[in-house]
Each structure stands twice: as structure tokens, then as C-alpha cells.
Ligand binder design. Sequence first.
Ligand SMILES: O=c1[nH]c(=O)n([C@H]2C[C@H](O)[C@@H](COP(=O)(O)O)O2)cc1CO
Ligand SMILES: [Zn+2]
Length: 156
Amino acid sequence: MPGKRTDVISWDEFFMRVAMAAAMRSKDPNTQVGACIADANHRILSVGYNGTPSALNDDEFPWETADDPLLDKHSYVIHAEANAILNYRGSNKDLQGATVYVTLFPCHECAKTLVQAGIGEVVYLGDKYEGTQDNLISKRILDTCGVTYRQVTVAD
Ligand SMILES: O=c1[nH]c(=O)n([C@H]2C[C@H](O)[C@@H](COP(=O)(O)O)O2)cc1CO
Ligand SMILES: [Zn+2]
């Protein structure tokens, strides 16, 4: 009997790679974000990436940052974490205590949404806005609400 493979990727790496694959669907030229929600039984509950609502033609809306909110991409994009929650088609109670894998640390709006959805843990890859006011608010929300977060690395 041949021995089984033991050098398999971890669950953390697996779910983060799913989030990374989702990010590759993003049309945002500057920041592509992917999110994958998994439960304690290692089942994927949902996946999302940052993009405009599907009913909105993203060829007709800006992908640049602009001072005028009408011309600014941030006005039209749904964040990856929010899309992952919105894409979930099961019972909301399944999200209680689930883990979200995100390629970028969640902004403070997503932190609020994740907390309210019942997410118990955030696993993130990058934190390029670390130290910004938004990032500090996000961490304050997660800390106060008892949502843990930890960073992982994934080999190239
Ligand atoms: O939590 C997040 N989740 C998420 O999907 N995004 C998206 C929104 C935008 O499309 C993009 C941020 O663009 P920029 O880095 O150019 O500001 O990433 C941004 C954040 C902020 O951390
Ligand atoms: Zn966000």
C-alpha cells in the first residue's frame, strides 16, 4: 500500500487561495480583493470579490479615484466581504462563528457588516492600509465585538 500524501496545503492556505482566485475576477485596476467564508467543518459557504452590482454595467462607470464622488469608483463598488455575505444563499445562522478569509484587511464598513452577520474570525493576507484612520476604526470594531483576526502568508 503506498503511503498517503502528507505535504498537502493547510485549510488556511486552501481558503485563502480561493479568496485569491476570487480577487482575480475584480475589474478594479488598483486593488483587487477576494473573500471566502468557511465554516468550522471546512465547508465553503460563500465567495465574493470587489465589483459593481451586477445590474450595473461596469463599462459605464468609473474605475478611477476622483474627488467628485460621481466620478469616483468607490461610490459604485461593493466590497469583497459584503459580496461574500450577499452571495450566501443558505441560512443566516450558518454564518454565526464562521471565518472569513480576505486578501485585504477589511475596511471599517465591512468590519461592521461582518460583525452583524455573525462572522467570528477574520483571516487576512495583506494590510496595506494599516495605520490609517479607517483601519484603526475597523480594528476597534472587531476588537470590541470579539471578532479575532490573524494574518497568514501564502507562498508565491
Ligand atoms: O475592505 C475592503 N474590501 C474591498 O473590497 N475593497 C475594495 C474597494 C475598492 O474596489 C478597492 C480599494 O481601492 P483603492 O485601494 O484604490 O482605494 O478595494 C477595499 C477594502 C478596504 O480595505
Ligand atoms: Zn470594505
